[in-house]
Design a protein around this ligand. Structure first.
Ligand code: CTP
Length: 409
């Protein structure tokens, strides 16, 4: 579930944007709306406010409930800014960084990925000025959903028609799960750096059909891989078992490593040529002492005693071996005494950062779309990052990695 700011600008296609809002809500997203004054001539803000159960932002000078500046509040709140429909005018403003109303000011202020769905008359679309602005926006990393060919409101056919709401919702889903910031990555702060990221849970085989595993979904590690790629890094993503779709990106190379040993081998090989390691995987601490080559049968009273032996601690090995200039970030999944346990891991594993999360709380951590974490670093006060999407946490962790690498340069 993401927080999506839908920005509506003044074209007849605004009526279809109402369906987009409904479609996004049906996907479980939280939606807020900003409109230009011209958009509000086509569809009443009251309709949208009733749908989203929140006031619609039209006037930059209106007051918010908590006293914050309205366009900054919306800009900071959103995980994605969707401009639908995007008129030639808003495209021109975005391409040139203008901020003279609530919509353009919010779009300039947000650091969330931006997607625009242009809809306009075919001649306005084909105008070289609009095409220049589109090219600039693509270069700036804005995802443009090209208009469709079809009958325009003017009564003749041409390119400029807004795609159907269901297609827009599908594209938003793609954009949220795949590589949201791909096009802005080329000049990102991690350009030229290689980051190894692990994600998911490892599995330790008991026999040909059974294994010991854990509930890790892989969401956190995958979000980190995407954020690192979006910042320009070359990412080596090493995945155990995951329950979500893997990212598809030219900057993310994926290696599957199901067992702890396979993951240890892959991490050691990739980290030898990398700048940073981020161990988000939930790695098994024990494996069966013997791997049965045939399915274990029930015997006697049906009980089974397993003899488990420790696995390699990948993070601790890499932390101890890291060369000057390399950064190592680990996680700590705790159910109790979070700070004490996580601080002990920071020292024991020679990590530069430990991202500690309380896995006993519902709605964060394992399997969830959100997380709340405490950042621990040697000789520095802990940082608390309250509950927010894993994408946001991932972007901040990647920022930390960037700071570490800069300090070590
Ligand atoms: N980790 C690892 N290799 C292991 C176990 C854990 O690399 N065999 C890494 C995890 O990827 C994570 C960090 O170590 O980055 C901490 O993992 P966690 O499960 O919280 O702690 P453990 O070291 O397993 O300690 P404990 O289970 O006692 O809390």
């Amino acid at each position: 579930m993401a927080k999506i700011a839908v920005h509506m600008t003044g074209g007849i296609a605004v009526y279809k944007a109402v369906e987009v809002v409904r479609g996004l809500q049906k996907q479980g997203h939280e939606v807020r709306v900003a409109m230009t004054k011209n958009a509000a001539r086509f569809v009443g803000p009251a309709t949208l406010a009733a749908l989203i159960k929140h006031p619609v932002l039209i006037d930059q000078w209106s007051a918010t409930l908590n006293g914050q500046v309205p366009h900054i509040e919306l800009a900071d709140w959103s995980d994605l800014a969707l401009v639908v429909p995007a008129t030639a005018n808003i495209l021109a403003k975005m391409a040139n960084g203008l901020a003279d109303d609530a919509v353009s000011a919010t779009l300039l202020a947000t650091s969330a990925p931006k997607m625009a769905v242009p809809a306009m008359n075919v001649h306005m679309w084909n105008n070289p000025a609009t095409q220049r602005n589109i090219a600039q926006l693509k270069q700036d990393g804005v995802i443009i959903m090209e208009p469709a060919d079809g009958m325009l409101a003017e009564g003749y056919a041409g390119k400029g028609r807004m795609p159907e709401p269901a297609e827009i919702v599908k594209q938003v889903q793609n954009c949220l799960t795949k590589q949201p910031l791909q096009s802005s990555a080329a000049n990102g702060p991690l350009k030229g750096k290689t980051i190894v990221v692990t994600a998911g849970g490892t599995r330790e085989a008991l026999d040909p059909v059974r294994y010991l595993g854990n509930r890790s979904s892989g969401k956190m590690g995958i979000a980190i891989a995407q954020a690192a790629a979006a910042s320009g890094a070359k990412v080596e993503l090493i995945v155990g078992s995951v329950s979500v779709e893997l990212p598809q990106s030219p900057n993310i190379a994926i290696t599957t490593a199901l067992s702890t040993q396979a993951m240890a081998d892959a991490v050691s090989q990739k980290f030898a040529h990398a700048d940073a390691l981020i161990m988000a995987a939930a790695v098994a601490d024990f494996r069966p002492a013997v791997l049965a080559d045939q399915k274990i049968k029930k015997h006697g009273d049906g009980t089974l005693t397993l003899h488990l032996v420790p696995t390699e601690d990948i993070l601790a090995t890499m932390g101890a071996q890291k060369k000057p200039g390399q950064a190592v970030i680990g996680f700590a999944a705790e159910t109790n005494d979070l700070l004490q346990n996580a601080n002990a891991k920071l020292a024991k594993k020679h990590a530069d950062v430990i991202v500690a999360n309380d896995v006993s709380k519902p709605g964060i951590g394992f399997g969830s779309d959100a997380n709340a974490v405490t950042i621990l670093r040697p000789n520095q006060a802990p940082l608390k990052w309250p509950r927010q999407s894993k994408q946001k946490i991932a972007a901040k962790i990647v920022d930390l990695a960037n700071q570490l690498l800069k300090a070590g340069d």
